[in-house]
Design a protein around this ligand. Sequence first.
Ligand code: HEM
Length: 144
Amino acid sequence: MLNGIIHAHSGLRWVVLILLTAATFMALLKWRSNAPYTEGGRKLNLFTMISMHVQLLLGLALFFMSDKVNFSQMKDAMYRFFSVEHTTMMLIAIALVTIGYVKSKKASEEAKKHKLIFIFYGIALLLILVAIPWPFRGWGNGWF
Ligand code: HEM
């Protein structure tokens, strides 16, 4: 069960990264070229947010099940990373994407919609890239 959730959480990172990168770059291009905010663009932003909410649910399950979350081992970089750093940064990133989506939906000007998505999704993307436990960190995490 735990293994299955870890694999799902690990694989879904690529869906999140691909959608978030696409949404951020499309928003930048459309903002700079004054393009309209289309239904297709809105759906890309929506599916990006949904993929992150699924990741949040899997992450919450892992937070309570994984032995890498251990608050009595805070001197150890790996335990500190999973217990505090990964969790906090990912929660902030998910909140940013959610706020960005809602704000852009409420904005009246098309250029403002693109700008909000670019800023909120872009900052979330940077945070996620930093907070992923990439295999080269040496804690035994895989690429998929
Ligand atoms: C977009 C958001 C997130 C991404 C892209 C992400 C990505 C990852 C990746 C790639 C791993 C390593 C999996 C492996 O071992 O191969 C991982 C592990 C983990 N994540 Fe996340 N995560 C996200 C959000 C969260 C959140 C919000 C939480 C907690 C509330 C969380 C808790 C954990 C825990 C506890 C582990 C360690 C699991 C273990 O190896 O036992 N994650 N995450």
